[in-house]
Design a protein around this ligand. Structure first.
Ligand code: ADE
Ligand code: ZN
Length: 324
């Protein structure tokens, strides 16, 4: 199996319907859904916001440190079975503190599972706290400060949630602070918004990686910039189809990205909501986009290159990819 890094994965997006109901019962939370089938019937989305509404509603069941640890551990086990050897996972801290879950509780559960990921699943890992761009930047700054006080080791920060109409610019001071603190920076951009959102994430936030970026190809000068500076795009094919960012998988720009020389890699985004984990995404692009073995190996190598692993570890993993 080729070794992959998964770099665009929201831990809350791995909350499977069965687990939603199990945790609701355990924590005595009333859900707006009748049963698992009723919940699954809500997994038809016309756009990003339709999905986000269900995604945030389901988070209500996550209350205790053990809940967050179980969620994270279940993802790591599933990712390892998909060929993931490195996971740099997103966590929407504000979505939990806003519901009254203390930051140290939420972060300790996630951090505990991540600390065991190498020993338990053979997956090295890092934690990226993602801030919600539909909320004021001052909220994100408070959440960042709170995350730091927990002492939990952070790999980086990111920006996600609703995109169109929510500029990245107000988050520039937060990004500057995180960079000064030695953290990596990524940002969702160009998922529903056009290439100007990708430019904004690069120029005002200084994001090192762009999450999605599928509209980048509409701007040749942006493509040239991404290729020249080897700025990776963390692409999520099944997510893009389910959120109607592309009409169908056969129309996905992934092959064009690879042909252009962009460091694109495949990820699962919110696998419990979009029809599958990394392996399902890879199988789907292989089938519907007729990707060759060489293109698949390029995707694996790109994912390792795009990771925030030390250079020596990247070299080791890329060599492992060549012999697998
Ligand atoms: N949060 C979780 N999944 C997301 C996505 N696909 N886009 C923006 N924010 C998200
Ligand atoms: Zn995402």
């Amino acid at each position: 199996m080729l070794p992959f890094a998964e770099l665009h994965l929201h831990l809350e997006g791995t909350l499977e319907p069965d687990m939603v109901f199990e945790l609701a019962e355990r924590n005595r939370i009333a859900l707006p859904w009748q049963d698992v089938d009723d919940l699954r019937s809500r997994y038809e989305y016309g756009c990003l916001q339709d999905f986000l509404d269900v995604y945030y509603a389901n988070m209500a069941v996550l209350r205790t440190e053990a809940d967050f640890a179980e969620l994270t551990d279940a993802y790591l086990a599933r990712a390892a079975a998909s060929g993931v050897v490195r996971a740099e996972v997103f966590f929407d801290l504000q979505a939990h503190t806003a519901r009254g879950v203390p930051a140290p509780v939420a972060l300790a559960g996630v951090a505990d599972a991540l600390a065991r990921s190498e020993a338990d699943h053979g997956v090295s890992s890092g934690l990226i706290v993602t801030f919600l761009r539909h909320l004021p930047a001052a909220d994100a700054e408070r959440a960042y400060a709170e995350a730091l006080t927990t002492g939990v080791d952070l790999l980086g920060i990111g920006l996600c949630s609703s995109e169109i109409g929510f500029p990245a610019m107000p988050f520039a001071p937060l990004y500057a602070r995180a960079r000064a603190d030695g953290l990596h920076t990524v940002a969702h951009a160009g998922e529903e918004g056009g290439p100007e959102y990708v430019w904004e994430a690069l120029e005002t936030l200084g994001a090192e990686r762009i999450d999605h970026g599928i509209t980048a190809l509409r701007d040749p000068s942006l493509v040239e910039h991404l290729v020249r500076n080897r700025i990776p795009l963390t692409v999520c094919p099944l997510s893009n189809v389910r959120l109607k960012a592309v009409p169908d998988l056969a129309a996905h720009p992934l092959p064009a990205m690879l042909d252009a020389g962009i460091v694109a890699c495949v990820n699962s985004d919110d696998p419990a909501y979009f029809g599958g984990y990394l392996d399902a995404n890879l199988a789907a692009v292989r089938r519907d986009l007729a990707l060759s073995d060489d293109q698949l190996a390029t995707l694996a190598a790109n994912s390792i290159e795009a990771s925030f692993l030390p250079a020596s570890e990247k070299t080791r993993l890329k060599q492992a990819a060549l012999v697998s």
